[in-house]
Design a protein around this ligand. Structure first.
Ligand code: BES
Ligand code: ZN
Length: 600
């Protein structure tokens, strides 16, 4: 196992094999309080275990019998947090850590009732990836360290707690505020996840269900009718689904991502519940992580492309089965265009365009760009072209069998591909080393254009040539086609009058689909449309999904007109965003020379 530069842990000395959590959820003080019991595999001769911890209030550490153990918490590294070193007397294989989280816990987002759909009860959720788990659990927070877990969570009535684990019924003498969970498959710390709120459930299929606030759950169930079929389709492609259930929980709008692949229970943004099932492809993505990411996991964040690239490839294969070739080809075409745009922007020699990354000394969140996702997928699309689908599929199934429940590096991947896929006559057909380790985009990555986006290209050309909006042929366009059209409009730097003309014809500013509304608001910000300011503000304050927030703020920050708006809105909205969205937006404000407001 390579050294994980984003963890203090020394698993070669003593490794966590099981976590037992007992936590009480205290909404009044916005802390979790209780114990973490760690079972350890201790190497002969080792007498300490090194854990990750960040801004945790460690109260005591004892062995199984309650005997205090000595421990030391190192000074906080700005990226990694602290090392928590616990001395292990001879024979000690279990440590019990009594602790509480603090308001500095970046994994946790505490929502006031008014940030929920119901408006009555508070809500809290965790986001572990990439290195936030250490802010709510003292643990070896490295994707290379996998362990099983069980948990007992106590929450105030009438709230429900859910975790990325099997739900275990409470015993007859326990109060309704107690929830038990068990995860019997080894997972890394970043996949331990908790959500607590006023949450209802609707079944979708024999092994699928959706959870959401009561006022959202019906709409969510309607949107997600096809999720069970997705699981079936994925199994045909890559073999058995090994996590039992595939449930989904729809979060309040503050959730910073589209989706997060927590095992057995995907966390998802409410922006995906668009009303027309147009964005359910994101669930295919999170489902694909059940293999690429949760079964076979990147051993370090430098290998992140293995999680996301393989997942995007599988996501589109699942989407093709469910929605047909045209829609899958459209998504692939869009992906390639995004990728080539971003690589051009970063520069084809930029080290950040490499699949295997080196994030030493940097926050691993900085590695979360389009590159691991789409250059990763482009690599698989190229492989598919070289060896054919049948062989690639057989290799993928073999890969998940051979490496299942392991954490793997890019080197292991390369070795496996050479041994099991490209060993023979076609060994020279694709330059594996270049794809995996060099910057830029190999030239063989050019995709065929999709029919659906090409049609949009034509309409955009007509619009550029002066055709009035109402004469454009847009009948039956999907949100993805609109999104593409709006990207082309944005690139043309339109006039205010042209933007008003588009809005009059297509009512884009009242779109209920965030994939359309967010790029539209960015265009309005670009042309400095006064009438858009209230809806820009509403969107930025009401949504926490970073993918939408960042481009709009960046656009506002780029002009003298927009900068004061960006600063004013961010000053109120910042406290409503998840720590990782705050981190990314703070960096954006700093880079634009507009110091982020210091309010927390
Ligand atoms: N695992 C990621 C989200 C993530 C990545 C969180 C890195 C923290 C650090 C998740 O699977 C994801 O990629 N979500 C995407 C959706 C997708 C369809 C590209 C998102 O949220 O936009
Ligand atoms: Zn993903």
């Amino acid at each position: 196992m390579p050294r994980d530069v984003h963890s203090h842990a020394r698993p070669e000395e003593a490794r966590v094999t099981h976590l037992g959590l007992a936590l009480e959820v205290d909404f009044t003080h916005q802390v979790l309080r209780g114990t973490a019991t760690l079972d350890l595999d201790v190497t002969a001769g080792a007498h300490r275990v090194v854990l990750d911890a960040r801004r945790l209030d460690i109260r005591s550490i004892t062995d199984e019998a309650g005997q205090p153990l000595s421990f030391a918490l190192s000074a906080e590294d700005p990226i990694l947090g602290s090392a928590l070193v616990v001395e292990l007397p001879a024979g000690c294989r279990r440590v019990v850590i009594a602790y509480a989280t603090t308001p500095g816990a970046d994994a946790l987002q505490w929502l006031n009732p008014e940030q929920t759909a119901g408006g009555v009860h508070p809500f809290v959720f965790t986001q572990g990836q990439p290195i936030f788990a250490r802010t709510w659990i003292p643990i070896q927070d490295s994707p290379g360290v996998r362990f099983t877990y069980h948990a007992r969570i106590t929450a105030p009535a009438p709230l429900t707690a859910l975790m990325s684990a099997e739900r275990v019924p409470r015993s007859a003498d326990e109060s309704p505020g107690v929830f038990h969970f068990r995860m019997n498959e080894p997972i890394p710390a970043y996949l331990v996840a908790l959500v607590v709120g006023d949450i209802a459930m609707r079944e979708l299929g024999p092994r699928t269900a959706v959870f959401a606030e009561p006022s959202v759950v019906e709409r969510a169930a309607h949107e997600l009718v096809d999720v069970e079929r997705m699981v079936d389709a994925a199994e045909v492609l890559v073999g058995p689904y090994r996590w039992g259930r595939f449930d989904v929980v729809i979060m309040p709008p503050a959730f910073p991502y589209g989706g997060m692949e927590n095992p057995r229970l995907v966390f998802a943004s409410p922006t995906l519940i668009a009303g027309d099932r147009s964005l359910v492809t994101v669930f295919a993505h999170e489902l694909a992580h059940a293999w690429a990411g949760n079964l076979v996991i990147n051993a370090t964040w430098n290998d992140f492309w293995l999680n996301e690239g393989t997942t995007v490839y599988l996501e589109l294969r699942i989407n093709e089965v469910l929605w047909g070739e045209d829609r899958a080809a459209m998504l692939k075409d869009w992906g390639y265009r995004e990728l080539t745009g971003v690589v051009a922007q970063m520069g084809a020699t930029s080290p950040d365009t490499r699949l295997h990354h080196d994030l030493t000394g940097r926050d691993p969140a900085e590695g979360v760009t389009v590159v691991p996702y789409l250059k990763g997928a482009a690599f698989f699309w190229t492989l598919e072209r070289v060896v054919g689908r049948a062989r690639l599929d057989a290799w993928l199934r073999g890969w998940f069998d051979r490496q299942g429940f392991r954490s793997v590096t890019t080197e292991t991947f390369l070795h496996d591909v050479r041994q099991h896929l490209l060993g023979g006559a076609d060994a020279g057909a694709i330059d594996l080393e270049r794809w995996l380790f060099a910057p830029g985009l190999p030239s063989e990555a050019e995709p065929p254009r999709s029919v659906l986006l090409t049609r949009v290209d034509e309409v955009a050309r007509a619009w550029s040539a002066g055709t009035r909006a109402r004469s454009l042929e847009v009948t039956g366009w999907t949100p993805q086609q609109w999104r593409h059209f709006l990207a082309l409009v944005h690139a043309r730097v339109p006039s205010l009058a042209a933007v008003e003309d588009l809005d009059e014809a297509f009512a884009l500013s009242s779109s209920g689909n965030a994939e359309v509304l967010a790029p539209w608001l960015r265009i309005e910000a670009m042309v400095q449309r006064e009438a858009a300011v209230p809806r820009l503000e509403r969107f930025l304050v009401g949504n926490g999904r970073l993918k939408y927030l960042r481009p709009i703020y960046a656009e506002l920050l780029a002009s003298d007109w927009g900068r004061p708006i960006a600063k004013r809105v961010y000053a109120t909205a910042r406290a409503r965003y998840h720590a990782l969205a705050r981190g990314s937006l703070d960096r954006l404000f700093a880079a634009q020379g507009a110091a982020a407001p210091s309010v927390s």
